[in-house]
Ligand binder design. Structure first.
Ligand SMILES: [Ca+2]
Length: 175
């Protein structure tokens, strides 16, 4: 019966067989493919997380702008309100009360003066993102109501690789 040492010596002397080389290469390729897939998955998760952060920041930016506006258009109240833009208000820099933003949609996102936020001047590339706004009256329990002292603002951001993100905030007449 051949000893293990003899077998090893014989194999060492004659090198690896073609079959062994093919099996070895196949296993190496399988391992590399698995590693590549894991790397790809990791990059995808990282990219989506980055896209979600961009979407949240876009929503926060617009929400901050909206809540900084007056509750009412000058001279208007429940007797005359019409949720949406008032005469002469075409770009966001014209908007002076919260409900001017009702029905607003922009794709890609814009600065208040209407300039596209599209990766210019070292900013991030917002291609594929859009923002929309809904403003409606709610009561003190946040239920839909007729004209009231509370406006519920919803800002939704959609991006090419993220689920839609909606921020909601109530603006009170007394703020
Ligand atoms: Ca207005």
């Amino acid at each position: 019966m051949p000893r293990v040492k003899d077998i090893f010596d014989k194999r060492y002397k004659h090198g690896l067989s073609l079959l062994e080389i093919i099996v070895g290469m196949t296993l190496t390729v399988i391992a590399l493919l698995a590693m590549f897939e894991l790397l790809q998955m990791s990059l995808n998760v990282s990219y989506r997380a980055q896209q979600e952060i961009i979407a949240i920041n876009l929503a926060r930016g617009l929400m901050g702008e909206i809540t900084s506006r007056n509750f009412w258009e000058a001279g208007m109240d429940c007797g005359s309100v019409n949720l949406g833009r008032d005469n002469g208000e075409t770009v966001r820099s014209d908007f002076d009360d919260v409900d001017d933003y009702n029905g607003w949609f922009e794709s890609p996102p814009q600065y208040p003066n209407g300039t596209l936020m599209n990766g210019l001047a070292g900013t991030l590339d917002y291609t594929g993102f859009n923002r929309s706004v809904e403003v409606r009256f709610v009561d003190e329990n946040l239920q839909d109501s007729g004209c009231s002292d509370f406006k519920l603002i919803s800002v939704t951001v959609q991006g090419p690789y993220v689920r839609p993100i909606t921020l909601r905030q109530v603006r009170s007449k007394l703020e």
